[in-house]
Write a protein that binds this ligand. Structure first.
Ligand code: BGC
Length: 422
């Protein structure tokens, strides 16, 4: 019998893992695909400069210096191997799975629906349901059809109608198997990385104005999608998966305290205020905390992931408590995880989070689920394939799946937790 951390979780708690289409499916053709091919060489050339100080560099460098790393290509071929992957979810005793629909497959050309792709996603969700796994659909997880990107994507308010047309089409096709719908993943991260930080396509020259405009258009797209979905059927639980982080002052100085509060506001509230009334549940993606000294972030870096992100998994408690206080609605952790190729920190990371979530539950947070990022190793955007986020390791050459020891352990914990639900 596994030792399990403390208190029981609520009834019907969702235990699962997350993925997104472009990161796992393989052979997608969208705005990212085009951008990757144009930028792979440059990204490979910059890798040493960017990552050489990481502890993981020795292990990662041959992959990270190769242009092939920066092209999603076959990814982990989940599009064809989903049955095998769903069996792993079962093996791990999970009852929920979060994935995204690839809009560019469903509508490869403007207004032209791809019946084969639609059929695929219908079968896919029906299969999850048949296995007793709740399908949690995301409609936009960072990738756009090429034609939509060429029209200016979410930079233009007049383009929102195309998104709505896709939402209506795919959701009506998926039918009664789907209940939980996330309109978009991390809109603030998408807007910042694509329109301000210059990391992701269209990799615009820094523009505060564009950033602001894209955020407002995304908020409008969410609000209108929520109205549409609720109009289609009240059973839909409409969400956003929001990227949060916990900001805290590193000392008692006035400046540190004020800066941490301002940063927290921009992390969470600036955008959430625009959409929260149109959410039934709030999805929370949590990866790290930020310690603030003066007006700068200076995190302890006592434990870091393979990509150098500060690991403070128990702080998920404070993020959940704050969002609960502010927005008073059910929360689901829709992503959290770490790049850890040797699987030496994942079990510790998950244990800390279970404890953090239990403390939050005790404080009255209405927490409904925990979905780990990710089920499988996958294409980590501008980092490419070398960071390993999977509960399941994938050999990119053979596509062989190996469940990591931390995942086997987590599967047993889930089983014990589900037996004890209140
Ligand atoms: C994104 C995922 C990504 C993960 C790890 C999240 O912000 O939603 O697509 O892989 O972080 O970086």
């Amino acid at each position: 019998m596994q030792k399990k951390p403390g208190l029981p979780f609520p009834k019907r708690f969702l235990w699962g893992a997350s993925t997104s289409s472009h990161q796992v499916e393989g052979n997608t053709h969208n705005q990212w695909t085009v951008w990757e091919l144009e930028n792979a060489k440059a990204l490979a050339a910059k890798a040493e400069y960017l990552f050489k100080d990481l502890d993981s560099w020795e292990e990662a460098k041959s992959e990270a210096k190769s242009p092939a790393n920066y092209v999603a290509g076959d990814a982990v071929d989940h599009y064809n191997r989903y049955e095998e992957d769903f069996q792993i979810l079962k093996q791990l005793n999970m009852n929920a799975f979060r994935f995204s629909i690839e809009w560019s497959r469903v509508e490869p050309e403007e207004g032209a629906w791809n019946a084969e792709a639609i059929e695929h996603y219908k079968k896919y969700t029906a299969r999850l349901k048949a296995l007793g796994i709740e399908p949690m659909v995301t409609l936009f997880h960072f990738t756009l059809p090429v034609w939509f990107a060429q029209k200016g994507g979410f930079e233009k308010r007049s383009n929102v109608k195309y998104f709505l047309r896709y939402v209506e089409k795919i959701i009506s096709e998926l039918g009664p198997n789907v209940r939980i719908v996330t309109t978009m993943n991390e809109p603030t991260v998408y807007a910042l990385e694509s329109y301000y930080n210059h990391h992701w396509p269209p990799a615009m020259v820094r523009s505060r104005y564009k950033l602001w405009r894209v955020l407002n258009n995304l908020a409008s797209a969410h609000r209108q999608s929520a109205k549409l979905l609720h109009g289609m059927n009240r059973r839909y639980k409409v969400m956003i998966s929001h990227n949060s982080a916990y900001y805290y002052p590193g000392d008692n100085a006035w400046l540190s305290r004020v800066s941490a509060a301002i940063m927290q506001y921009f992390q969470d509230d600036y955008f959430l205020r625009k959409v929260i009334k149109h959410c039934d549940v709030l999805g929370v993606n949590f990866y790290f905390s930020n310690r603030v000294y003066g007006y700068r972030v200076h995190s302890p870096q006592e434990r870091v992931s393979d990509v150098g992100w500060d690991l403070s998994p128990a702080d998920i408690q404070y993020t959940l408590e704050r969002l609960n206080r502010k927005y008073k609605m059910p929360l689901i952790v829709t992503e959290t995880g770490l790049a850890d190729a040797t699987d030496s920190q994942r079990r510790w990371f998950i244990t800390q989070q279970l404890i953090g979530m239990q403390k939050a539950l005790k404080e009255g947070v209405d927490l409904r689920g925990y979905l780990h990022w990710s089920l499988l190793d996958n294409f980590e955007w501008a980092y490419g394939k070398w960071p390993r986020y999977g509960l399941v390791a994938v050999d990119y050459k053979t596509q062989q799946r190996t469940v990591r020891p931390s995942a086997l352990w987590f599967g047993k914990i889930i089983k014990a937790m589900r037996q004890e639900e209140k």
